[in-house]
Design a protein around this ligand. Structure first.
Ligand SMILES: Nc1ncnc2c1ncn2[C@@H]1O[C@H](COP(=O)(O)OP(=O)(O)OP(=O)(O)O)[C@@H](O)[C@H]1O
Length: 199
């Protein structure tokens, strides 16, 4: 018994944030890698200074924040530069994550929200892998309404990710998010009980 590391994943618009929010309400420590990746390059951080040293002030907005679309244009056209960016951001995300974990109680259930867990084959990093499984049509509907994407854009994003079957095959626990939010929160309550017993 001790800290339990849970990897939470699911496709775009599958309901990961709903699930992680619900688990946090039950008492999980939720670590959102995307959020941390944004924090480590906020204005005034050494991370942002390093990004500017590498990519120049062109990647800053007039307000001095990171211009993500601009940076994206550069790194997604040039693999080497993407690797240099990752070399700046990834170690800082790792450090910040370790800091958060050190603050957690010894029997904490730590939930990592990792959108590309299956795509990057990170299963071995977690004690338990939880997959939010959602029918493609529901994913696309939710992405279209919440992200302001067209149906074509939403379908393209879904197709670029691992297929449902592959994600389900990697799961220790599958949460079926084909129903409503009430049904989802009932399932999460059950999952929480299972996780807590293992921590
Ligand atoms: N069962 C459900 N019924 C209705 N709406 C839902 C359901 N599950 C999630 N949603 C809504 O769909 C949207 C996408 O869900 P959420 O943000 O949790 O997904 P996500 O997997 O974190 O998405 P992303 O990968 O885009 O960050 C949200 O607005 C959420 O409230």
């Amino acid at each position: 018994m001790g800290m339990l590391r849970v990897g939470l994943t699911g496709g775009i618009g599958s309901g990961k944030s709903e699930v992680s929010g619900c688990l946090a309400a039950h008492g999980a420590l939720v670590i959102d890698a995307d959020q941390i990746a944004r924090e480590v390059v906020e204005p005034g951080t050494p991370g942002l200074d390093e990004v500017v040293a590498e990519f120049g002030t062109d990647v800053l907005t007039p307000e001095g924040t990171l211009d993500r679309p601009k940076l994206g244009e550069i790194v997604f056209a040039d693999r080497e530069r993407l690797e240099r960016l990752n070399g700046i951001v990834h170690p800082r995300v790792g450090e910040r994550t370790e800091e958060l974990m050190e603050q957690a109680p010894p029997d904490a259930v730590v939930v990592y929200d990792v959108p590309l867990l299956v795509e990057n084959e990170l299963q071995a990093m977690y004690d338990v892998v939880v997959v939010v499984d959602t029918p493609e049509d529901a994913q696309i509907q939710r992405v279209m309404t919440n992200r302001d994407m067209t149906e074509e854009q939403a379908r393209a994003r879904v197709r670029a990710q691992a297929p449902r079957e592959r994600r389900r095959a990697a799961a220790d626990i599958v949460i079926d998010n084909s129903g409503g939010l009430d049904d989802l929160s009932r399932q999460v309550a059950d999952v929480w009980e299972r996780l807590r017993k293992r921590a």
